[in-house]
Write a protein that binds this ligand. Structure first.
Ligand code: MN
Ligand code: MN
Length: 455
C-alpha cells in the first residue's frame, strides 16, 4: 500500500478554530457570556431564555389548537424548566428532533433554617446542591439568588451580589499558618459540608441583641422577611463573578455554571434560527440534572414527554409512532482531557478542548453502569449529520475506566422510546465555581444543534 494513502486511514482530530470565522465566533461568544452572567440559577435561566424566545417570536403554547408549520411555541414548567418547539412542515409521525440540556448547576442552597450567629459573626447554614469540591467555595465572593414567599403568600425575588455596588457573601477558610491538621485531611474533608457557612454580617442589632437579629432586620427592611419565611424560600449562593475571556489569545471563556448552559444557549440560538424546519424541532432546558433529574422539573418527570404528547394530540398523530421516529441529542458537557491531571484520563478516548463537540456513545460508571449506550446506528446517523455540516467533532469518555464517571439525561430520553446520544462541549474544571471552555467548541455546539434541527 502506498504510504501517503495509508496515512489517510488514520484518524486525526483537528482544531475547530481552523474552519471558523473568528469575528463570528467572538460575536456568538459575547452573546453567550451575557446569557451566562444573567442565568446563574435555573430560575434565572428560564427567565432569560423566555426573554430571548419571545424576542424571536415564540409564544406560550396553548394545547388543543391546530399546529401551523413554522409556529414557535414554549411552555414553562414551574419557572424552573422550559420546553420550546418550532413546528415542522412534515407530519409529526416522522418524529421530533430534540435537544435536551440542563440549566441547573452545582451551588450552595440555604437550609430551611439558615440564620445563626457565632462569636460575633452572622451566618447562613447551607446544604450543597450537586457534586462539588467543597474547598472550592471558600474565600470566594458569593451572590444570593432566589425567591421567598412571605407569611401572607407574597412572592419576593432576591438577588444580592451581582451589581458591582452590592455586598457579597463569603465563606472563610483557615489560614495556612495554623492549618497543619487541616491540610493533612483528604480533600473531601478539608472543608466539611457543615463548614460551608455563608458570612452575612458582623454588626450587632444593639447592646443586647446580636448579629443574627441585625441581619434579619436588614432582610425585613429590604424584603419584608421574617425568620420563618426562610422555610418557604429557595435561596442559593452562587459565585458572584462574571464570565471572563481566558488566555492571551482570548480563545477560552471561564464562567460559573457552564455545565450545562454551554449547551442550553447554543440549542436555543439554533432553534431561533429556524424558519420552517422539516421535522418539528424541540429544545428542553431541564432542571435537577445535578441531583439526579428527579422532581417535577427534572427530566424524570412526565412533564417533558407530556409536551411532546400534547403536540402529537394537536396534530392527531400517535405519540408512540412520533417517538419511535425521533432523534434526540442529550446535550451535556464532556470532561476534557487535562494534561495537568493526566493520570485520571485515558488519552486515546478523551475529548480535548478546541477540537469540537464531543459525541459520547456512552457515559456511566463502573462498566457503563446507568447509561443509555447509543447504538452504532445512532452514532453513524449523528456523525453523518455533523460531517455533512462541517462541524468538528470528537469522541470522549469520562476519564479512565473505573476512575469515576458521570450520568446524563440521555437515559431519561431513552425511556420515552426516543433514540438519543450524548453530545456536548468539552469542559475543564467541571463543577468548579469557574469552569473553562474553548470558544471554538461553543460555536461548534451551535453548528451541531443546527445540523440536528436541519436533519
Ligand atoms: Mn451536565
Ligand atoms: Mn454536572
Amino acid at each position: 500500500m502506498e504510504k501517503e494513502f495509508a496515512k489517510n486511514l488514520l484518524y486525526k482530530p483537528t482544531y475547530a478554530h481552523l474552519n471558523q470565522d473568528r469575528p463570528t465566533v467572538d460575536a456568538f461568544c459575547n452573546a453567550y457570556r451575557a446569557y451566562m452572567d444573567a442565568s446563574k440559577t435555573e430560575r434565572d435561566a428560564v427567565r432569560t431564555s423566555v426573554e430571548m424566545a419571545e424576542k424571536a417570536g415564540f409564544t406560550p403554547y396553548v394545547p388543543g389548537q391546530p399546529l401551523v408549520p413554522g409556529q414557535r411555541i414554549y411552555r414553562i414548567n414551574r419557572e424552573k424548566s422550559l420546553m420550546l418547539a418550532v413546528v415542522g412542515s412534515e407530519s409529526l409521525a416522522q418524529g421530533f428532533r430534540v435537544i435536551a440540556s440542563h440549566i441547573d448547576s452545582p451551588r450552595l442552597d440555604l437550609k430551611p433554617m439558615p440564620l445563626y450567629e457565632s462569636s460575633g459573626i452572622g451566618y447562613f447554614k447551607t446544604h450543597y446542591y450537586g457534586g462539588i469540591k467543597k474547598y472550592h467555595w471558600a474565600a470566594l465572593p458569593l451572590a444570593l439568588h432566589g425567591v421567598v414567599y412571605l407569611k401572607d403568600g407574597t412572592r419576593v425575588d432576591v438577588c444580592i451580589g451581582e451589581d458591582e455596588n452590592d455586598p457579597v457573601l463569603y465563606i472563610s477558610d483557615l489560614m495556612p499558618h495554623i492549618a497543619k491538621d487541616q491540610v493533612a485531611k483528604t480533600a473531601s474533608n478539608v472543608i466539611s459540608g457543615e463548614s460551608l457557612n455563608l458570612i452575612t454580617g458582623s454588626l450587632p442589632f444593639d447592646e443586647e441583641e446580636g448579629v443574627k437579629l441585625n441581619v434579619l432586620s436588614i432582610l425585613h427592611e429590604k424584603y419584608g422577611m421574617e425568620e420563618r419565611d426562610f422555610m418557604t424560600a429557595e435561596l442559593s449562593a452562587v459565585p458572584a463573578q462574571k464570565s471572563r475571556e481566558v488566555g492571551l489569545d482570548r480563545s477560552m471563556i471561564a464562567a460559573y455554571g457552564m455545565d450545562d448552559k454551554i449547551c442550553a444557549y447554543p440549542s436555543l440560538r439554533a432553534l431561533e434560527d429556524l424558519d420552517v424546519p422539516k421535522h418539528t424541532c424541540v429544545v428542553f432546558l431541564a432542571d435537577k440534572e445535578e441531583i439526579g433529574s428527579e422532581g417535577v422539573t427534572g427530566l424524570r418527570s412526565e412533564a417533558y414527554a407530556a409536551f411532546l404528547r400534547d403536540l402529537c394530540a394537536d396534530a392527531g398523530v400517535c405519540d408512540r409512532e412520533a417517538f419511535r421516529n425521533s432523534l434526540c441529542l442529550s446535550a451535556d458537557v464532556g470532561g476534557a482531557y487535562d494534561p495537568c491531571y493526566a493520570e485520571a484520563y485515558e488519552a486515546n478516548n478523551s475529548c480535548y478542548i478546541g477540537k469540537g463537540v464531543v459525541v459520547s456513545k456512552y457515559t456511566g460508571s463502573r462498566g457503563k453502569g446507568g447509561c443509555s449506550d447509543a447504538s452504532a446506528e445512532v452514532m453513524s446517523r449523528v456523525a453523518l449529520l455533523l460531517d455533512g455540516a462541517g462541524i468538528a467533532w470528537q469522541t470522549g469518555e469520562y476519564g479512565k475506566v473505573d476512575q469515576g464517571g458521570a450520568g446524563t439525561v440521555a437515559v431519561e430520553i431513552a425511556k420515552f422510546g426516543i433514540d438519543v446520544v450524548d453530545v456536548g462541549v468539552p469542559l475543564l474544571s467541571m463543577h468548579a465555581p469557574s469552569e473553562l471552555a474553548a470558544k471554538s467548541d461553543i460555536y461548534s455546539m451551535y453548528g451541531c444543534c443546527k445540523a440536528i434541527f436541519n436533519d
